[in-house]
Design a binder for this molecule. Structure first.
Ligand SMILES: CC(C)(COP(=O)(O)OP(=O)(O)OC[C@H]1O[C@@H](n2cnc3c(N)ncnc32)[C@H](O)[C@@H]1OP(=O)(O)O)[C@@H](O)C(=O)NCCC(=O)NCCS
Length: 155
């Protein structure tokens, strides 16, 4: 177990994190997990920003996002935010979200959006707590009968 008083740090994801990020992704989403090739793209492709949270030298969560340009207007899109179940409810998801928002803002994003499955109470509460508003519903976004909510906030 970890010392409850330890504080996580956030750093950019590295190729050597791949196996651990995939392990966390599978713990979070089982058969719906992104495959390793997708996670590798998050880490290596310059179009993505991927951050990891590290607690006592162990990667315990990650977030992946990208910038999208609409003419002069630039927004951030958060693709995934995952925290290892053993390390939840101690502010790590919030830290990752705030950190990626800072990076997106620094890169020129004026707003940030993301999607969550309609019944994903933990994720939706996390986003609402951080100022996101529901701006739409996306039918079958996560598969047949699995609708998504789109949430957005100004940065
Ligand atoms: C969503 C997730 C990233 C939250 O990570 P976390 O480290 O537990 O989040 P935090 O500790 O920062 O919690 C922040 C807020 O989120 C909400 N929240 C988090 N977990 C919750 C839960 N199980 N039930 C209800 N609200 C929850 C609460 O409002 C919480 O604030 P509080 O602790 O003051 O009540 C984590 O549950 C997770 O990895 N889930 C699986 C992957 C996933 O669904 N990702 C989102 C894809 S859209």
């Amino acid at each position: 177990m970890f010392d409850k008083s330890s504080r996580p740090i956030v750093r950019r994801a590295e190729v050597s994190d791949l196996a651990r990020l995939y392990e966390i992704e599978v713990k979070c989403f089982r058969e719906d997990a992104f495959p390793p090739s997708y996670i590798m793209k998050f880490i290596r492709s310059p179009q993505y920003m991927t951050l990891v949270a590290v607690l006592e030298d162990k990667v315990v969560g990650f977030v992946a996002a990208a910038l999208e340009h609409f003419g002069d207007y630039c927004v951030g899109h958060v693709y995934s935010i995952d925290v290892d179940p053993e390390y939840r409810r101690r502010g790590i998801g919030s830290l990752l979200l705030k950190s990626i928002e800072e990076d997106l803002r620094a890169a020129g994003a004026k707003a940030c959006y993301l999607e969550a499955q309609k019944d994903n109470v933990a994720a939706i509460n996390l986003y609402l707590k951080h100022g996101y508003k529901v701006v739409g519903t996306i039918r079958n976004y996560y598969g047949v009968g699995k609708d998504g909510l789109k949430l957005m906030r100004e940065l």
